[in-house]
Write a protein that binds this ligand. Structure first.
Ligand code: ADP
Length: 741
């Protein structure tokens, strides 16, 4: 028998075992069963190849082609299902196209059996081989595509290994055919396919792709184990066997028992030892965690902090499962804020887990130590209560999928001790006791840094609340001012109509004038109240009249209206529109109101004349984050806005104009935030201001609404209520979303 035949037989048996082991683990999961189907097909092909080589029967040679023809669809079905798993996140796609080719291959084989044995002809074999290997390379290509699409760095590296390994294994399997064409070539493809299938089967058991180090560890364990078992077998059979035929069978039985009894403990011992040794050599954890701890100094946002810690833990590859829990607002429990690996529960109730939390508050929990403590207490009834408490802590720690749980402690003290702000749970499920004291110290420092971030965030939120209250006060003062002025005028006029003796004065020429003042001032009051209500109502009119809007058309309409207003008399209005601007979802009339307000404000900031540039562009990001945005920018060459005023622009009733209402920008900002957008302001005193409106874009589609005739609005806004004011000198970039209510 030649080497190729033997290697085919070995490959068939090993791959069969790998497939069976996966199936034994789980027979309900689609990914598992489709992997087994793939492995069994490969195994069947190897087995037929072996028989064909050993016996040389043409029928078996023909039979071997059936499993070969079945390899591509089973492979593609498995890999697509595998890549679509949540941990990798690829799209779901069935192997439809391949199935058509498979049917063609089957038909060819049937034709070959019934009509004419074409399967021995080279012109059949080459396209047939191309189909089989093409199908396999297709799987590699799918993995490559997934590699390009995966955003997470760690997963990316793993999918890349998987694709690369697949490519090498398939290519080497292909070179196994070289001897048939007279080229001398060692058979190495089988060994690699076995390794590769083993690698994938291990990956299936782990909820995530294993990395190279882990695989090396696994192989080392397996290799040592095989050698050990082999030695035990050999020893028993050669020493005790004594060569007698009948005894051989009995000895094999005894040897198998010995091995089975030894197998579990030996494997665990080896696995832990080798993994620990392998893992210890990697200093990634400390380096990565120290780096993130330094980064955290500049972080205030809690979500950002959690994301950074989780990513760092994942990238350190020292931890297979990790989670961060944070105290909720009313202190009733802890919510999971971030995690990777096997997901622990969403929430930890403070009353249910009280004993556990009290323990964590005092210092970190180590599952190994807890277990040891539990065992040491023994069955002595005197310790029953303590043992129960420890058992509860162990269960809780296991539920958190943790080997170590660290407290995030605040500096403030409570009755029960330090204030527990959150928990950090970590585990390495590859080896028990994988973390040494240095590692534990690193985690502890990380946890305390995280607690600092949470505390400074709370302080920051406090400042924000103060700002909000200050803005509210400012608004109230503005509103009072708006109401008092007309009230004063009304009172003055009324007093003149009453006269010093308390009786109504005789109607004279001034009477009509005074009454006119009263009516005018009451109208003004009414106007203030109406606009304030507009502002208050702006929050509730959400989805009203929302359609697809062509922003360029809205801008054109605004410019038309601006030209009609007397504020724009000495102003050069330059308009630049981006023809490819994507549509947005919204209310065109409300947008005209906003743009007109920004345009008129700009004109009023240039009493001596100047240029107002209005432009639209596509943007990939705004302060709201990344995405498609349509930006509309109003840049004037006016007097600009002083730094201290910049912060107050969007507070209702903030105005620097003698007859301004200070509601224009506040209302505009509301409208834009209802559109999911934002307004940004930049200004340099003496040089001008830029107001940018960012609106989230819709994907380009069919019906686009343009603003219809809306002249009334324009006239209302353009009325000479606004007086330009003179600003002082500074520059700043400001966020525009201070909200005063
Ligand atoms: P109003 O125009 O009634 O004062 P707004 O809310 O529209 O109310 O504007 C508030 C204030 O913002 C204005 O009083 C003005 O001081 C300032 N402002 C707005 N736009 C500009 C601009 N383009 N240049 C300079 N200052 C501006």
């Amino acid at each position: 028998m030649n080497v190729q035949a033997v290697s085919a037989l070995l490959a068939a048996l090993l791959i069969l075992a790998i497939g069976a082991s996966v199936l034994l683990k789980n027979r309900t999961d689609r990914t598992y069963t489709s992997f087994a189907a793939f492995a069994f097909t490969v195994s069947a092909w190897q087995l037929c190849t072996f028989v064909a080589m050993a016996t040389g029967t043409p029928l078996v040679r023909w039979l071997a082609l059936w499993p070969a023809a079945t390899i591509p669809p089973t492979a593609i079905a498995f890999f697509r299902g595998f890549l679509a798993q949540p941990s990798i996140g690829g799209p779901h796609r069935p192997p439809r196209v391949t199935l058509a080719w498979t049917i063609l291959a089957y038909l060819g084989l049937i034709y070959s059996a019934v009509v004419h044995p074409i399967h021995d002809e080279l012109w059949f074999q080459i396209p047939f081989g191309a189909y089989v290997f093409g199908g396999l390379y297709r799987c590699v290509y799918d993995m490559y595509i997934q590699y390009r699409a995966t955003a997470k760095r760690v997963e990316r590296t793993r999918v890349r290994y998987l694709a690369l390994g697949g490519f090498v294994a398939i290519t080497l399997a292909l070179t196994d055919f070289l001897p048939r064409f007279g080229v001398e070539w060692p058979t190495s493809g089988n060994v690699l396919s076995i390794l590769y299938l083993y690698f994938i089967s291990q990956t299936l058991f782990r909820y995530r792709l294993i990395d190279i180090n882990e695989l090396v560890g696994k192989m080392a364990v397996l290799g040592t184990l095989v050698a050990l078992l082999w030695a035990v077998y050999g020893l028993l059979l050669s020493w005790v066997g004594g060569g007698q035929e009948g005894l051989q069978l009995l000895n094999a039985l005894v040897a198998s028992f010995v091995i089975l009894i030894l197998f579990e403990p030996v494997r665990n011992w080896l696995e832990n030892g080798i993994n620990r040794w392998l893992i210890r050599t990697r200093a990634e954890l400390r380096g990565r965690l120290d780096a993130v701890r330094r980064e955290l100094v500049g972080v205030v946002d809690i979500a950002d902090m959690v994301a950074r810690i989780i990513t760092a833990l994942e990238e350190s590859r020292r931890v297979t499962d990790a989670a961060i829990y944070l105290l909720d607002a009313d202190g009733a429990g802890f919510d999971r804020a971030g995690a990777f690996g096997q997901l622990p529960p969403d929430r930890l109730d403070a009353t249910v887990a009280k004993g556990f939390l009290d323990r964590v508050r005092v210092g970190h929990l180590d599952l190994e130590l807890l277990r040891r403590e539990h065992d040491e207490l023994g069955a002595d009834p005197a310790y029953a209560e303590r043992r129960q408490a420890i058992a509860a802590a162990i269960t809780q720690t296991e539920e958190l999928r943790a080997a170590l749980v660290f407290p995030l402690l605040g500096t403030a003290e409570t009755e029960q001790g330090p204030w527990l702000l959150g928990l950090l749970a970590v585990r390495d499920d590859r080896a028990a006791g994988a973390f040494d004291l240095d590692d534990i110290d690193t985690f502890r420092q990380l946890a305390s840094q995280a607690a600092r971030v949470i505390e400074s965030n709370q302080a920051y939120e406090g400042v924000k609340e103060r700002d909000r209250l200050a803005a509210l006060g400012e608004m109230a003062a503005g509103l009072a001012h708006e109401i008092r002025n007309p009230l004063g005028a009304i009172k003055g006029a009324a007093q003149l109509l009453v006269g010093p003796d308390g009786k109504a004065t005789e109607p004279g020429p001034e009477t009509a004038e005074f009454l006119g003042i009263i009516v005018e001032e009451v109208n003004r009051l009414n106007n203030v109240v109406t606009r304030f209500l507009d502002y208050a109502r702006a929050d509730k009119t959400e989805a009203q009249g929302a359609t697809k809007v062509d922003v360029n058309a809205v801008v054109k309409k605004t410019v038309q209206l601006l030209h009609q207003s007397h504020e724009a008399r000495n102003i050069d209005i330059a308009v630049r529109l981006d023809e490819l601007l994507p549509p947005v979802n919204g209310d065109p009339e409300a947008l005209v109101q906003v743009f007109l307000n920004l345009g008129l404000n700009a004109c009023q900031a240039m009493p001596e004349g100047g240029t107002l540039e209005i432009l639209t562009t596509r943007r990939r990001r705004s302060r709201l984050g990344y995405g498609q945005f349509a930006e509309v920018r109003f840049r004037d060459t006016g007097h600009g806005i002083a730094r201290d005023k910049l912060k107050k622009l969007f507070i209702p009733f903030f105005t620097t104009k003698s007859r301004g209402t200070g509601l224009g920008l506040a209302i505009s900002q509301r409208i834009i935030s209802q559109h999911g957008g934002t307004i940004e302001v930049r200004s340099t005193v003496g040089q001008g201001s830029t107001f940018s409106v960012f609106l989230p874009a819709l994907p380009v589609a069919t019906v686009i609404a343009t603003p219809a005739a809306m002249p009334a609005l324009a006239e209302g806004e353009a009325e000479g209520e606004r007086d330009p004011d003179t600003g002082d000198v500074t520059a700043l970039v400001a966020g525009a979303d201070q909200r005063a209510s």
